[in-house]
Design a protein around this ligand. Structure first.
Ligand SMILES: C[S@@+](CC[C@H](N)C(=O)[O-])C[C@H]1O[C@@H](n2cnc3c(N)ncnc32)[C@H](O)[C@@H]1O
Length: 240
């Protein structure tokens, strides 16, 4: 039997459909609150002007970044959330507060096959959406970000990463590869979907390659590390 391609969008969609119910709690507890902090830091990397703004939250999942985005930039009037998983999408809808709903629209799609319009966004943001792509897919994603941004538009991506060189790296990898799967087996009755997220994270490495992909598409790019490299990010803008 052929080995399963863990980067096949249909496979990734099924993983997240199965995880969607528990994703928010699992992500918060197992990262000991770091994911929330990193989402805020990702929003802080955006540099946006005054006036009404719209843009994309790519691989939006359950919309965890929206509260931070709208708090920091109250002038955003349309976040277009793109996600392939209807389960995550449904959970996102359930979580929407009535007062926020009119500022969010959804596109349920494989972002790599999407036909998002050129120059249709003042910003592009994505939190923890890079790891389920391989290098070829990163290049496509970078081209998409460059295409949809308006001239002068700003972008920010963040992803959990492998903190190479950090003296506590073995402990971190132990947490990802052994603690998370055990917690999952106990809490989620033998499921192995979140363990997959651990595998994606360690395969990913860091956002340096993706930063180069964005630069190759003509974007001005800055690479950043967070908490000893346990997360890495890339931000910048499309030249005017
Ligand atoms: C780890 S979650 C991140 C969710 C959220 N942004 C957060 O901050 O927690 C990754 C999300 O990427 C979505 N995803 C993966 N591959 C995708 C693709 N090809 N197109 C669109 N969404 C995709 C998954 O469905 C999942 O909701």
């Amino acid at each position: 039997m052929a080995a399963q391609d863990i980067y096949d969008p249909a496979y990734v969609r099924d993983v997240f459909d199965r995880c969607s119910d528990k994703y928010i709690t699992f992500s918060y507890v197992c990262s000991m609150g770091f994911t929330e902090r990193w989402r805020k830091q990702c929003v802080a990397m955006l540099d946006l002007p005054d006036g009404p703004l719209s843009g994309y939250d790519l691989m939006a999942g359950t919309g965890e970044v929206w509260p931070h985005l709208l708090e920091r930039f109250p002038n955003i009037d349309d976040i277009r959330a793109v996600d392939i998983s209807s389960g995550m999408h449904k959970r996102a809808l359930e979580r929407l507060h009535a007062m926020r709903a009119h500022r969010i629209s959804f596109i349920e799609d494989d972002v790599l096959a999407s036909d998002l319009l050129p120059q249709s966004a003042d910003f592009v943001i994505s939190t923890f959406g890079l790891k389920t792509f391989n290098r070829t897919q990163h290049k496509k994603l970078a081209a998409l970000a460059a295409r949809v941004l308006k001239p002068g538009g700003s972008f920010a991506f963040i992803e959990a990463s492998d903190p190479i060189g950090w003296f506590l790296r073995p402990l971190y990898l132990f947490h990802l590869k052994f603690v998370l799967p055990v917690v999952e087996r106990i809490l989620l009755r033998g499921a192995q979907d979140f363990s997959m997220i651990g595998a994606y994270s360690t395969n990913f490495g860091n956002a340096q390659g993706f930063a180069q992909d964005l630069a190759a598409n003509g974007l001005q790019v800055e690479y950043r590390k967070f908490f000893f490299g346990c997360a890495t990010g890339v931000c910048g803008r499309k030249p005017d």
